[in-house]
Write a protein that binds this ligand. Sequence first.
Ligand SMILES: *Cc1c(COP(=O)(O)O)cnc(C)c1O
Length: 812
Amino acid sequence: MKEFNKTKFKYNVENYLKILFRKSIEEASEQQIFQAVSYSIKEYIVDLWIETHKEYESRDVKFVYYLSMEFLMGRVLGNMIINLKADETVREVLEELGLNLNSIEEEEADPALGNGGLGRLAACFLDSLSTLGYPAYGCGIRYKYGMFEQKIENGFQIEVPDNWLKYGNPFEMKREEYAQEVKFGGYVRMERDGEGRDKFIQENYQSVIAIPYDIPIVGYGNHIVNTLRIWDAKEANTFNLDSFDKGDYLKAVEEKNLANTICEVLYPNDNHYAGKELRLKQQYFFVSATIQRAVSKYMENHKDIRKIHEKVCFQLNDTHPTVTVAELMRILLDDYNLSWEEAWEITNKTCAYTNHTIMTEALEKWPIDLFSKLLPRIYQIVDEINRRFLLVVESRYPGDKLKIKNMAILYGGEVRMANLAIIGSFSVNGVAKIHTEILKERELKDFYEMYSEKFNNKTNGITQRRFLLHGNPLLAEWISKKIGDEWITNLPAIKKIADYAEDMTAQKEFMDIKYKNKIRLADYIYKHNGIEVDPNSIFDVQVKRLHEYKRQLLNILHIMHLYNQLKKYPDMDFYPRTFILGGKASAGYKIAKAIIKLINSVADVINKDESINGKIKVVFIENYRVSNAELIFPAADVSEQISTASKEASGTGNMKFMLNGALTVGTMDGANVEIFEEVGEENMFLFGLSSKEVMEYELHGGYDPKEIYDSDAEIQLVLDQLINGCYFPDHGLFNDIYKSLLGIHKNEKADPYFILKDFHSYELAQRKIGKAYRDTGAWAKSAIINVAKSGKFSSDRTIEEYAAEIWKLKKI
Ligand SMILES: *Cc1c(COP(=O)(O)O)cnc(C)c1O
């Protein structure tokens, strides 16, 4: 195997500067240097990439295709260098050239082809798949504009387009030779073929050509390179000039428009279904291209389409790629002339579905009208899947209308994607123990009763290569010095660091590293927010998408309460805190945006108030994304994981904080439950209603927050401050928040996320944090134990489980 060659790399950096830009090192801009360095790394990787795929072919391996609308990769260069184990060499070369790797890394646009946790999970999975040596493709969309850039102006979120491809993407490779045609609209004509079989022919459709761009995914230290394949759209008639030849001018223009809009932008909704037609087009576009190419690739080396499930598995990341089920059926029926029964059996052995949420507003339900017009042949197939499924339901539960209501794919004029995904897949998994249990016992109870064998849990994970080795080099080095570096590819080995939890020298070293990371973040905050924060204060952090269920509102209301207390009792016992929040709100999510404004308004008032001697600072980090996340997690003392119990399927931010030695304040929700199982009561601050309690209230229409408001003067004061102009003179601005808590809106439940109900329990947990932090030794011990117990939460463990229990993949 070719080793990374220092001399060649050095030559390449200067050579690429010359070839690409006609520049010398001295003349080149930082961006040009980034490009040249990236191309030099890519040149080395391409050989490994070719080798890996030769090996796959010669062993005739099974592949998993991980289909996801989102891949939140974050910057590629630094992570790639680390995975190549070339970090030291690259740094040396660059230093000899008078360059610094860290500032070169800063030049890379953050590829933000995802909203939050779901897209980041896909990116962590790709890292683990390559590192573990599993044959895999990530398949998605090459959005021209990724997740919008968030600017904060006057405390309000402003969305700015993310033109991440402005300077080109040095790591991608266009693969014209694998282009696929994807058909939309038109109608289906039926005819009998010579053997008396029905043939279905889509006619008068609009075509788009899907062009794949491949990005190499490098495994850690193993020279294995898998592929992230993202599809771009191009108009069909530049491909074949048919339409113009036939004089169909309008159709040609329509096709051009379709091609130009389809991959334009990532929808910025997290855990929320918006029902936009273009979104369905995006879904079918990348699914059809992916499945067509996967089938062709399989048939290049195999004769029997009936055995495709032995070499291919399609994993559906949420319901977004669910048309996979019908698209594979279409290909097997229409292109390979299989019978329905054969096609269905194969499809069912090839597709697997991951459920990411139980929140009803996130469920994808397409109007049948829209769906059948856009995808006429696919709709016919879904209709037939539904018809046959309902026959099974009817024979098993004769006359049971409720079962049909709950499980039909087509119902009430809608196509219900989750039901299609469950019926068409051999595996249905949740993403944390508690989430899977809720699916089985409640949300998908009827399906579980019918198909219990399909259901399984795969608790999410994160890659320690990005979120410790790359993001927190000081802690990574400290750990490796103490216990060796096995943890990099086997995170459970990190448990040995627990031997140092009570060692006072180690505690001090650990807290020194934390302090340095806090200075690093404080510098970032000063540069971006102009706010001075004290690295000796407790850094209490909540960074994640803005969502009512994630309860950033609980956090800020508690901060308002603390501030009231400090004003009232200036001498009260209080350990200084820096509250750091960050996260984007979907562009159309009014109340989430009001909460951002509230956080910033409260921050303005508190940060300026000299009477509290800087005991509280509040910072809203603009444009939270993977690159600044890598600075934030290492600097956190406290990890805020405070979702309403039962609402957060897993969470992965919680794991990143733990890995970096933050203590969690959290509810018994998602993977918090499993973090609790690992670290125990003494190393975590639990509070709030349990998921059972929340669901019990919900069954009975909620609870009455008015009672709390009326009987609790402190809460009353905080809520009144929302609307009395105390934080922002525009009285109306926070009205919606106030009303959402007290239920003044008609037809809306009061405080549906139990913020007031959990307030005091949260306050108590926060008070315990203040006390605990004063005992530095005990705090350090707890933090080290958190790091030591993070072994379970590596995405390597998650991927091993998927590979063994769902995909049946073999490593190379
Ligand atoms: C991990 C991560 C998330 C998910 O955070 P949760 O707290 O699990 O919601 C979202 N965005 C980014 C940039 C992340 O790195």
